[in-house]
Design a protein around this ligand. Structure first.
Ligand SMILES: [Zn+2]
Length: 468
């Protein structure tokens, strides 16, 4: 293309872009404006803060007619790294509220790594680019728009709706907004259950919608040190008992060990509902394991996939290693870090006991690094599953709803620990082959964002608004 044809093409493109934007509905336009505003406030911890974002959202609610008494900008550090909580009171005296959460903070982005400015919302070739477009300012914007739209339509919900946009999910902020709210303002956010768009991403593959997950549980993150100490000595006179060699043998035993298969309500439903979507041996194995977790042949074949393996059992894997202090000295210390992802219902103490048994060597000390509490799974309750099935069938007919256990972690586990069942239910489709959260040129599809606005609005209506 010559320069002239390029500028001609650009001249033709410009009006098209404007035309596309002017075709947006008022709801889509407002959602886009909120999204843009949030992306363009740097809420990473290095050079940014969540506070301006919290205030900007509070102002939108105030301007929309929410009483000031129902809007709270708050946090432990005065006006630094604030959270915002907004309540839309419901009429029911018996139904407990529904809580909607998303974090406001983002992972820092370096302008030099990106092909566009990460703190400007850029719409290009059908994508929105910017830090937080997929994690999780799309979710923040969608939750805010859901409430503003209900208000605009003079909807009075039956069930109180609470939106909490929080700090400190990505780490680095010194505190976590959800934990702080639970400890200090439980009354503001207490709910029968919670919807968290930061989990359960609906997935696209080759442009086709393949699944609507409901993330109902998460694995627990817990690491252990395996440590061997030895009196050491000169390397010219080795002794049979060497700290590094001893540790190496322990590591080999741990890495050859597989925890037993254990299915929870979530993972059993996952395999049950996934089986009909697969063919051949995989379909048969999913079906078999869902009806009998002791089917070791099916478990062995499924375990060949790291993804299914992680759904089937607790896993522990060595991830870091250090040892010795000089090239010419016998090592006095050797240490490995073993990172475990523990199934809900199992405790770190139980996992430690298993590791001690597997290591089978008294000179290897097994010590926990974090002080994690065992995780709980949220029951697949009708109050959430029926609305999800209904809205999915309406907006994305044919897309299967599949419960899911996340092997990573979101803020959801903090609420589950506090007794508030939490469901990861993002409404924005992600391409399985194009996941860029925390990375460079983070993006989501423009079309998926607007679909997500509609889906969340309809889901919240189903959950909280009574029908005539
Ligand atoms: Zn996130």
């Amino acid at each position: 293309m010559t320069l002239r044809t390029i500028s001609l093409a650009l001249a033709l493109l410009a009006p098209l872009t404007i035309a596309a934007q002017s075709e947006l509905t008022p709801t889509q336009m407002e959602a886009r404006a909120i999204f843009k505003q949030l992306i363009e406030i740097n809420s990473s911890y290095k050079d940014g803060s969540t506070t301006p974002a919290a205030h900007a959202m509070a102002k939108r609610f105030l301007d929309a007619g929410f009483p000031a008494a129902d809007i709270h900008v708050l946090g432990p550090a005065g006006d630094k790294d604030s959270n915002v909580v907004v309540r839309m009171p419901g009429t029911s005296k018996t139904l407990k509220p529904v809580l909607l959460i998303a974090h406001l903070d983002v992972v820092e982005a370096l302008r030099s790594d990106w092909s566009v400015d990460p703190y400007i919302l850029t719409e290009r070739d059908g994508f929105f680019y910017g830090r937080g477009t997929s994690d999780i300012k799309d979710g923040d914007a969608i939750l805010v728009e859901t409430l503003l739209k209900l208000k605009r339509e003079h909807v009075v919900p039956e069930r109180t709706i609470i939106v909490a946009l929080t700090a400190g999910e990505e780490g680095g902020g010194g505190y976590n907004g959800i934990s702080w709210l639970i400890e200090n303002h439980r009354d503001l956010i207490d709910a029968e259950f919670c919807i968290n768009p930061d989990g359960g991403d609906p997935l696209l593959k080759n442009g086709k919608r393949i699944v609507r997950p409901v993330q109902a549980s998460e694995k627990l993150y817990q690491s252990f040190y395996l440590t061997v100490t030895n009196k050491g000595g000169h390397s010219s006179m080795p002794t049979p008992d060497n700290a590094i060699a001893r540790l190496a043998e322990a590591i080999v035993r741990v890495s050859r060990f597989q925890f037993p298969v254990h299915l929870t309500e979530t993972t059993r439903a996952y395999f049950e509902r996934s089986a009909p979507l697969q063919v051949g041996q995989l379909a048969a194995d999913m079906h078999a394991i869902a009806s009998n977790e002791r089917d070791s042949a099916a478990a062995a074949r499924l375990s060949a996939s790291p993804f299914y393996n992680a759904q089937l059992r607790t896993t522990c894997v060595p991830t870091m290693l250090d040892g010795g202090h000089a090239p010419n000295a016998l090592p006095q210390t050797a240490r490995a870090l073993v990172n475990c992802r523990i199934l809900p219902g199992e405790t770190p103490a139980q996992v430690r006991a298993v590791l001690v048994r597997v290591v089978d060597d008294d000179s290897v000390r097994v010590t926990p690094i974090e002080d994690s509490k065992p995780g709980t799974a949220s029951p697949l309750m009708p109050a959430i599953m029926i609305p999800v099935e209904k809205v999915t069938a309406r907006i994305w007919p044919g897309v299967p709803v599949i419960p899911q256990m996340e092997t990573g972690a979101t803020d959801g586990y903090r609420l589950r620990d506090a007794g508030i069942p939490t469901y990861g239910l993002s409404s924005v489709f992600l391409d399985v082959d194009d996941v860029r959260a925390h990375g460079r040129d983070e993006r989501i599809m423009v079309k998926s964002f607007y679909e997500g606005v509609d889906y969340m609005y309809q889901l919240v209506r189903e959950v909280a608004v009574a029908r005539p």
